[in-house]
Ligand binder design. Sequence first.
Ligand code: GAP
Length: 515
Amino acid sequence: MADKDIFKDIISHCKEYGFVFQSSEIYDGLSAVYDYGQNGVELKNNIREYWWRSMVQLHENIVGLDAAIFMHPTVWKASGHIDAFSDPLIDNRDSKKRYRADVLIEDYISKLESKIEKEVEKAKKKFGDSFNEELYRSTNPRCVETKNKIEEINSGMKNALVENNMEAMKQIIIDCEIADPVSGTRNWTDVRQFNLMFSTQIGSVAEESDTIYLRPETAQGIFVNFLNVQKTGRLKIPFGIAQTGKAFRNEIVARQFIFRMREFEQMEMQFFIKPGTEDEWYNTWKQKRSAWHKRLGFPETKYRFHDHLKLAHYAKAACDIEFEFPFGFKELEGIHSRGDFDLSQHEKFSGKKLQYFDGENNESYVPYVIETSIGLDRMFLAIISASYTQEKVASSNEGEDATRIVLKLPAQLSPIKVAVLPLVAKDGLPEKGKEIFNRLKFDCRCFYEEKDTIGRRYRRQDAIGTPFAITVDHQTLTDNTVTIRYRDTMQQERISVDAVEAIVKEKLDWKNLLK
Ligand code: GAP
């Protein structure tokens, strides 16, 4: 099945099984805003917990924070968001669709990249074992020509963005003959900058009101609290402050489901370091964050690093951890070496010193910062995409359908950990099932269901990624044993009721994911 169809299936699956709903759906929805349903909220909470535990619980020098969404408006002047937090937008006059000019160009580059990959694949098949891929990539005229073209476009775009030259951006679109994917025409408007912050008014009386912004990133709450946390926590550099919370951006291109939203949640950590140690810490955090993703157990080929061409206004170096979504490799997480940009700017605009006193060397300085920043919703989409599996089922003794849809989630992240299912809703089986449910519910999120065939009940639990199903049958009443069914293998084992707790606890232990 094409990846495009898989993506559509994933979106419908998210709705059908209570993971994600369009916001205000009964009013035809609100573009790029979504609600999380009964299973979505559990999965989202578990992802957040995985991040929080690995950042805060596992690092003696990282602490948490929960800053407000609203901040003093000058924060955004100091941070550069009022002046520079904008995207270049372009409209197509025929389709009336609006695009980010840089995204149109990046999509075009992706097409060129896949052209090279196709050439290489073809040659691999043709030459077999004797094929030297590196040599082929660097000498084959078509590959070299396409690679040069990519480099030329990339450097043109970088210059245009750095110089804020929107005419040059448009010229790249014209030169590359990029057409609107909807209308197919090249009838473009000029490119212009568009600020992404939402603003609103604070104050109950009109004359007193002042423009404030919905924060476009959680990071600034950390910077303005840097000294509060450092002093009250008696923290020594290097140390980090971690925060999760909502952020808001008036995105121009709102598509690809929860990949790019106007209201979303970030998980950010700012790591404060001594100037001069930034390269070392930047690399350390790149490795740590990559390991965090890989511990989830999805194929390693789904992740790659991508160095930023266009550095954000605050960054000295930056890269993304990209994930292979059903629509291709895209940014999942950003790691940025921010220097002392933020703290120095806040010193300048607030008139307050934001310096660290190093008692050992008797010196004060503005620390440098390494930031790791990941979108929780985007991580949710990555995890759902990687775990969504359609499988042919050989035996139909579990149900009528020959294919099953299963979310192969890491057990710790599953919305429901254990489903307790009496085989039939009579003969005392429901009572025994409830007894087991009431015992297990103190350890983890459980689910109890007695209606419908056991096969269909298993399928529904597979579809939401429940790792264990406990079936209570007539034998349970005589020898206090149940069957435990494992989601991924569908294997069933007969075990004593008393053993269930230990098995489930062992498999769900966060240590398995964190170590
Ligand atoms: N403080 C740095 C910062 O905000 P960013 O690259 O703009 O950096 C960080 O955003 C992460 O936040 C991204 O890697 C992405 O996962 C997530 N993110 C950004 N914009 C988003 C949006 N509109 N919808 C969902 N997630 C978004």
